[in-house]
Write a protein that binds this ligand. Structure first.
Ligand SMILES: [Zn+2]
Length: 362
C-alpha cells in the first residue's frame, strides 16, 4: 500500500473516531476546520449550522465547483466506534458513510498539490451536516443557498458508492403520526378506544396501499411506539412513516391517500395528528449531460463500469433546483448504517484517481 493511501486511511479513522450524530456534528466540524486551516486553504469558515468551507483557488475567475461530503452519521452518541483493521478491510461504524468521504476532500487537496495540477476554476471543499435521518438535508440546503446557481456543478462524495454515478434524486416525505385517546383500564373501560389499537389499524391500512414498481415507489413504517402497560388502554401512540419515489408525481399519488387515511381516522374519542418531519425533493439530470458523461469517463479510465443510480442524498437539493449535480464514491464496502460497517481498502486508490480526474476536468 502506498504512503498516500496509508495516510488517507489514518485520517479516515481519526475522523470516524469523533462521534458525529446528525445535529451533533460540531466536534467533527471543528476537527475538519482546523485541518483545513493547517492545509493552508483559503477562506476557511464554519457557518451557523456547522458546515465547514474552504477554497482551492483556480487560475480563472469563473464559476466554482462545489465538492461536498457529509459529516453526520446515523449512530447515536454513546455508540462504540471501535475500529478493526484487517489486511484489506477496515471495520467501524461510519467509516464508509461517510468518514472516508470527508477524508477524500483532503485526499483531493493532497493529490492536486503533489501533481501540481493548476485548477482552472475555484474548487470549494465543504464538509456538511445533516444528511442522515431527520437532518432533512439542512446542511446541504445552506450550502446551495450560499452558492446558488452561480456554480459549475455540485459534486457530492459518498464513501461507499464507488462505481455509481447518481443522476436521479429520490423524493422522500416523512411523517410522525400521533394518536391520542382518553385511555383507561383494559377491563373496566373495555370498549373505549385505545391509541395502540387505533395506531395498529391505521398502520395496517397504510401498509396495504399498493405502490408502483415503476417508477420505484416505497413506503415504510419504521418506528412505532405507545402505551404504558399491558392492562392499560393506551392514551397515546405514535409512528413514523417514510414515503419515497423516483417520481414526484408518484410520491404525490401516495401522499394524498396516506394523509386522507390519517385524517379520516379521527373519530369520537380518537385524535389523530400528523406532522411532516422530513421532505427531500426529487430531481434529475439527463444521462447525456456533460457532467454525467465526465463522471462515467473518469470511472471507465479506472477500469470500473459506471452505473447510473438513483438515491436520496445531499444531491437532492441541487438537483431539485435544476442545478447540475452528481454523487461519486471513494471505495466499496458494506453494512452502512449498522455497527458492522466496513470499507474495502483496495479500491480507494482508483476511487481517489477517479475523483481527482473529475475535479480537475469539470
Ligand atoms: Zn452518506
Amino acid at each position: 500500500m502506498t504512503d498516500f493511501i496509508e495516510r488517507l486511511l489514518e485520517l479516515a479513522v481519526q475522523i470516524q473516531q469523533i462521534a458525529s450524530p446528525t445535529f451533533e456534528e460540531k466536534m467533527r466540524a471543528e476537527f475538519v476546520c482546523d485541518r483545513f486551516i493547517e492545509e493552508g486553504l483559503k477562506d476557511v469558515s464554519m457557518d451557523s449550522v456547522h458546515n465547514v468551507y474552504a477554497r482551492l483557488p483556480g487560475v480563472r475567475n469563473s464559476k466554482p465547483l462545489i465538492v461536498s461530503a457529509h459529516m453526520d452519521t446515523v449512530f447515536p452518541s454513546g455508540t462504540s466506534l471501535h475500529v478493526t483493521r484487517e489486511e484489506d478491510r477496515i471495520y467501524g461504524p461510519g467509516i464508509g458513510d461517510n468518514s472516508i468521504g470527508v477524508t477524500a476532500l483532503f485526499g483531493l487537496i493532497w493529490m492536486l498539490r503533489e501533481r501540481k495540477i493548476q485548477l482552472q476554476n475555484d474548487v470549494w471543499v465543504v464538509a456538511n451536516v445533516c444528511e442522515e435521518g431527520l437532518g432533512d438535508l439542512r446542511g446541504m440546503k445552506a450550502v446551495v443557498d450560499r452558492f446558488g446557481e452561480n456554480v459549475k456543478a455540485y459534486l457530492v462524495i459518498e464513501g461507499l458508492s464507488l462505481g455509481h454515478v447518481y443522476n436521479r434524486a429520490i423524493g422522500v416525505k416523512r411523517y410522525r403520526v400521533t394518536i391520542k385517546t382518553a385511555g383507561g383500564h383494559s377491563w373496566s373501560d373495555y370498549g373505549q378506544p385505545s391509541a395502540v389499537h387505533e395506531a395498529a389499524k391505521l398502520v395496517t391500512q397504510i401498509a396495504s396501499l399498493s405502490v408502483p414498481a415503476i417508477p420505484r415507489t416505497t413506503l415504510n413504517v419504521g418506528k412505532i411506539c405507545g402505551g404504558t402497560g399491558i392492562n392499560v388502554l393506551a392514551s397515546e401512540a405514535a409512528f413514523e412513516l417514510d414515503l419515497r419515489s423516483e417520481s414526484p408525481e408518484a410520491l404525490n399519488g401516495l401522499v394524498r391517500p396516506v394523509e386522507g387515511m390519517i385524517r379520516s381516522a379521527n373519530k369520537k374519542g380518537v385524535k389523530m395528528e400528523f406532522e411532516v418531519i422530513g421532505q427531500r425533493p426529487a430531481g434529475e439530470i439527463a444521462p447525456t449531460h456533460p457532467l454525467i458523461r465526465l463522471a462515467e469517463e473518469c470511472l471507465r479510465e479506472q477500469g470500473i463500469k459506471a452505473e447510473l443510480t438513483s438515491g436520496s442524498t445531499d444531491a437532492n437539493i441541487p438537483l431539485s433546483r435544476g442545478l447540475p449535480s452528481t454523487v461519486l464514491g471513494v471505495t466499496t464496502g458494506s453494512g452502512a448504517h449498522t455497527v458492522h460497517e466496513y470499507i474495502e481498502v483496495g479500491p480507494v486508490e482508483k476511487g481517489m484517481e477517479q475523483l481527482v480526474r473529475f475535479v480537475s476536468r469539470v
